[in-house]
Design a protein around this ligand. Structure first.
Ligand code: IPE
Ligand code: IPE
Ligand code: MG
Length: 243
């Protein structure tokens, strides 16, 4: 596997998070059902994952299904769940052979047992990989994640494992689904919407954002490269003043 980190933009993002939006509109523009767009969107993921090592991106986190997406029609939700199952079955071999370590974040309780088993299996099969860390947010919502984290933290306090006076900014993230990941450096949202829609709220407190018009099924590795180059020119001050 030939990585080309030398071609990666100097000072590019190490962790990129993407809100993959616009599948429905992409399909509607073509007079096709929304699921047609979701299938086209799923096919874009491979090219983007494969572009990561060459761009110096070690962590890629993608928003596949939000805690709010259950509000969609039963047909769309069932179609998406079936697509996730098929995606895992179809991509497991390529992901593991390409050195991709896959993790899922989000609450699994509402997911069906078959899907959960496939997710567990993909995580286990790729657990030894370290070339790219792909995190898939599935039934993920930041507020839900923080609520679940707070519940566990409160349990630790109630059972004497944690003292309230020891809770600080370092403590809560250890309870988040993302506890093993660094914070995102760059958050990209496709489809022209300039909102976060409950994605990585705590983790992206100091991320750079790119809201681009491209619909997700049209997004390419070239476009990702352009955004990484643009990121590398930004001055991240984290509240300080450059001297
Ligand atoms: C993003 O595309 C994929 C999911 C939310 C599952 P959308 O389905 O939101 O596409 P638009 O926003 O309706 O075009
Ligand atoms: C955000 O997109 C969720 C995913 C991309 C999975 P949505 O299309 O659900 O967000 P809203 O409804 O436009 O805010
Ligand atoms: Mg949308």
């Amino acid at each position: 596997m030939q990585d080309r980190p030398s071609s990666a933009p100097e000072g590019g993002p190490r962790h990129v998070a993407i809100i993959m939006d616009g599948n429905g509109r992409w399909a509607t523009m073509r007079g096709r059902p929304r699921l047609f767009g979701h299938h086209a969107g799923a096919r874009r993921v491979r090219e983007v994952v494969e572009a990561c090592p060459g761009l110096g991106i070690k962590y890629l986190t993608i928003f596949a299904f939000s805690t709010e997406n259950w509000k969609r029609t039963q047909t769309e939700v069932a179609g998406l769940m079936s697509l996730f199952r098929r995606y895992i079955v179809k991509e497991t071999r390529a992901l593991s052979q390409r050195g991709v370590r896959v993790r899922f974040i989000g609450d699994r309780v509402r997911l069906d047992a078959k899907l959960i088993a496939l997710m567990d299996d993909l995580e286990a099969v790729t657990a030894g990989n370290d070339r790219v860390h792909l995190t898939i947010a599935l039934n993920y919502g930041s507020r839900d994640e923080v609520a679940r984290a707070t519940k566990r933290l409160a349990q630790d306090v109630a059972e004497g494992r944690l003292r309230p006076e020891d809770v600080d900014e370092e403590t809560l993230p250890r309870y988040l689904d993302t506890h093993v990941l660094p914070d995102p450096d760059l958050v990209i949202r496709t489809s022209g919407e300039a909102r976060i829609s409950n994605f990585l709220l705590w983790q992206s407190a100091y991320a750079e954002y790119e809201f681009i018009d491209t619909l997700w099924p049209d997004f390419t590795a070239d476009e990702l490269r352009g955004l990484c180059v643009s990121y590398s020119t930004r001055d991240r001050r984290f509240g300080a003043v450059k001297t």
